[in-house]
Design a protein around this ligand. Structure first.
Ligand code: PBG
Length: 330
């Protein structure tokens, strides 16, 4: 395509709002949003999370009122993250298998009150282990195959409680095949698998670990299972294997620093791709906004639109409710 100035003036299509809307290539919609929610046990008011201004841990009692915000705005899905009380954590993360754990209780409450909102359940052991790792440690190493067996039980436990979409974030090898087989064997053939296929060992999870209270506990780092930020080819390999093993949806995480990965995955594979705009990305934007350095509404919508441009079907974002409100009025 060669078009010469002055016959061609690309600014013509930017001349007014009507024309700009007509030629827009991508669009963010409320249908694209998944809202991650932090939950804690007990009653009373939500507890603010220092590192994430505007985000709080919601008690079970307050949960329906909280999720009502998403329901009213017709946000299609929420993702639940439990802040497990320290006395329920142990080396094997057994609380993950308790049918009465926080996540299962929350799911049952929400499925009763809001049957049309899809619940995404994170599968990994870090909210439940006292060492903060996503699996069980053997000689200081997260043991892959033993962890798989526990993750399958964790997923079935969540599906039994009513979780619609199982989202393994643990990065163990072979988990998608194991989870699909385990869910099918227990009758959950419709439970969807959204794989955190390309999940990087990232500094941008910092505020999240504070939010669920696993940060202080984490011994070492997660580099033996989460991906090296230097690698892109390897992400395609991870995604190929997960699709082969039966993943229904693929996720790339973090989001904004990895838009290139999203784009490459979408070009190569014909599957729905999601991004997780993680805690650190949220906090970064909020920090700038709270210092008066950026416009909140524009920064939020622009950051989310970038995921659509890169090829995402949807985005997990702490801005989901804010964005849905903005989309209603824009
Ligand atoms: C845990 C998990 C993490 C996040 C989602 N699931 C943190 C980690 O891997 O340490 C991060 C989400 C965020 O930062 O917003 N398996």
């Amino acid at each position: 395509m060669v078009q010469k100035f002055p016959t061609t003036r690309l600014r013509r299509n930017r001349y007014d709002d009507a024309t700009r809307r007509l030629v827009a290539e991508h669009k963010l919609s409320t249908d694209d949003l998944i809202w991650p929610i932090f939950i804690k046990s007990g009653t009373g008011a939500p507890e603010p999370i220092n590192a994430m201004p505007g985000v709080s841990r919601t008690t079970l009692e307050n949960l329906p009122r909280h999720v009502e915000l998403a329901a009213t705005l017709k946000i299609p899905a929420i993702a639940l993250f439990p802040a497990t009380p320290p006395d329920l954590k142990n080396a094997e993360g057994t609380e993950a298998l308790n049918p009465e754990n926080l996540l299962c209780q929350a799911t049952r409450i929400l499925k009763r009150e809001f049957p049309h909102i899809a619940i995404v359940g994170d599968v990994a052991l870090d909210p439940y282990t006292n060492h903060g790792h996503d699996g069980v440690l053997r000689d200081g190493y997260v043991a892959n195959d033993e962890t798989l067996e526990i993750l399958v039980k964790q997923a079935v436990n969540q599906a039994n409680a009513g979780v619609d979409i199982i989202a393994p974030s643990d990065m163990m090898d072979g988990r998608i095949a194991a989870l699909r087989a385990g869910l099918d064997a227990s009758g959950h053939i419709h439970t969807r698998l959204m794989s955190y296929a390309a999940k990087y060992a990232s500094a941008f999870y910092g505020p999240f670990r504070d939010a669920i209270g696993s940060g202080g506990a984490l011994k070492g780092d997660k580099k033996t299972y989460q991906m090296n930020p230097a690698n892109a080819e390897e992400a395609l390999h991870e995604v190929a294997m997960d699709i082969d093993e039966g993943a229904d949806m693929i996720m790339v995480k973090p989001g904004m620093p990895y838009l290139d990965i999203i784009h490459r995955v979408k070009q190569r594979f014909q599957v729905p791709v999601f991004a997780y705009q993680v805690s650190g990305e949220y906090s970064m934007i909020m920090a700038a906004v709270n210092n008066g350095w950026m416009d909140h509404d524009r920064a939020v919508l622009e950051s989310l639109l970038s995921f659509k441009r890169a090829g995402c079907s949807g985005i997990l974002t702490y801005f989901a409710v804010t964005a849905a409100r903005l989309l209603q009025t824009s």
